[in-house]
Design a protein around this ligand. Sequence first.
Ligand code: FAD
Ligand code: SF4
Length: 574
Amino acid sequence: MKNLPHKDVVIVGAGWTGLLLAKELGARTPLSIAVLERGGPRKTADYLEGMDELDYAIRNRMMQDVSKETVTFRPTVKDRALPIRQFSSFLPGTGVGGAGEHWNGMTPRMTPDCFELRTRTIERYGAARLPAQHSLQDWGITYGELEPYYTRAERLLGISGQAGANPFEGPRSAGYPTPPQKMAYFSSLFAEAARSQGYHPHPMPSANLSTTYRNPDGVVRPACQYCGFCERFGCMVGAKAQPTNTLLPVIARQTNVTLQTGANVRRIGHKDGTATGVTCVDEKGEECFQPADLVVLASWTLNNSRLLLLSRIGQAYDPATGEGHVGRNITHQTNSRGITLFFDKPLNRFMGSGANVAGFSDLDGDNFDHGPLNFIRGAHIFAPSYGARPIANFGLPPPSVKASWGAEWKKHAIDAFDRTANLVISGEHLAYTTNYFDLDPTYRDAHGDPLLRMTMEWKDNERNLIAFMTAKAEEVGRAMGAREIAGSPVLRPYDVNLYKSTHLQGGTIMGENPANSVLNRWLQHWQMSNLFVLGASSFPQNPSGNPTLTILAQTLRTADAIVDRYLKQPGSLA
Ligand SMILES: Cc1cc2nc3c(=O)[nH]c(=O)nc-3n(C[C@H](O)[C@H](O)[C@H](O)COP(=O)(O)OP(=O)(O)OC[C@H]3O[C@@H](n4cnc5c(N)ncnc54)[C@H](O)[C@@H]3O)c2cc1C
Ligand code: SF4
């Protein structure tokens, strides 16, 4: 094995979190920092080659290669886990920028009650309302503690939004750095109808810029062109905040940060309770050891858990005994795209962007009384105008059309193309003792290491929530003037073949003490103080909102804690 020159810090993964921490430490300290990324290099100019929907959006050009590494899945411990052969339910990123290159850019803040979910639910409804087999817990931090970092993250990305438009949002210390995007027609129709029903619709905060913006690092990005090729693509003009157009220009000037691509990390080295560095395989297939004083995992939800399990750091969760924390509390937004509206008029759905969305939060979190209801927590309901790409959006005539093939079907499918749109229900997913990650005893990756095994199924709380929200969304759809509505209130069993979101969370959760979590309030490992783990793997359960602004805020908070406290006095920050 080759020994690489010693570094002060090694960061595993060059996505949003890894590059943000590298930029912060690179700017504020003289530390030598190595970022190791398994995928290849990327830059904005790469995206000028065009918008090939088949290549990028259907065949997942930018995502993790399942022939080298995948995940096995089973709904319950009684089922046999099998490898996922094509990612669909969630889309792990790879290469510089990670999934932050091909994300949508929806950037809401979490509502204050999310962080204290367990305490607040018990206070309002009593412990008896917590669902069977739940493993809910508070995060160990409050919205108030994270608020200044939300503001910094919004300024870094230039988030376009309208302060005060969402009355359920927590208090803000500053407005949005840029005004909201122009709202596309379908989303405007939704906002009007929702308002007429007494809801409080608002534009989704967006990392697709409404106007040219210079961030506090001096990085300038142009306004969005509403091309509609955002989700699953990199932005060819740089209007969507991505790690490559927002963080890399700064890192490129930092002589103390090196970025190594093609470096697949397989283990965290450790001795006597201290991390010593990481073992990786480089692009030539050679095994290397990168020694470092501080080790940071920023390898997204799947590999944050997997690397801890493979490296035998902390105790793996055992659902039979409830002991161990690594791998537990995995959650995946309860996302239903099941409500399709058919209109008589064209919707001009070609115009759009990844975060061109109107939604309302009246039925989110605990913003409404759950007294007589058969579930806790909630969802935000929204009308997206992502831009109707031809392959994903063709071929759905309304339910009244009986033909299912041939000329008749084709005529109706063409007619329906720009007259059809979906409402989305993005619901919270509670944590349960039965949903977890562990190492698969059968299947291995290209290097011979066990794959991560995911055991996941919805419970009654999610099923009841979706049934309730579907009825509410249909009411708004009717008020929008839809001629026909196709929707199902039934949440089907967790299906790895249906895209939900890439908001898979948990596995290395944070908490108030080592008896209930893997990480402390600063995302520092409880037992190994020179190991930090960034990203949504720290979330104890899944809020309904998109996670990235929150993980960026948390990363900035961790950066402050490392610079202001850890470097002065290494050891536990808790
Ligand atoms: C299609 C899509 C749409 C999305 N839309 C939104 C949205 O609108 N709003 C929102 O909030 N979020 C959205 N997300 C989620 C968002 O992209 C993620 O929350 C965010 O990118 C997570 O950042 P991260 O740094 O934790 O992980 P990533 O960005 O995934 O980066 C992790 C990096 O680690 C690398 N890595 C992993 N394992 C190893 C290893 N063993 N060795 C070396 N490197 C490794 C990966 O290759 C990757 O580059 C979307 C995601 C997708 C795929
Ligand atoms: S819709 Fe806007 S932000 Fe998205 S890829 Fe097109 S120009 Fe970029």
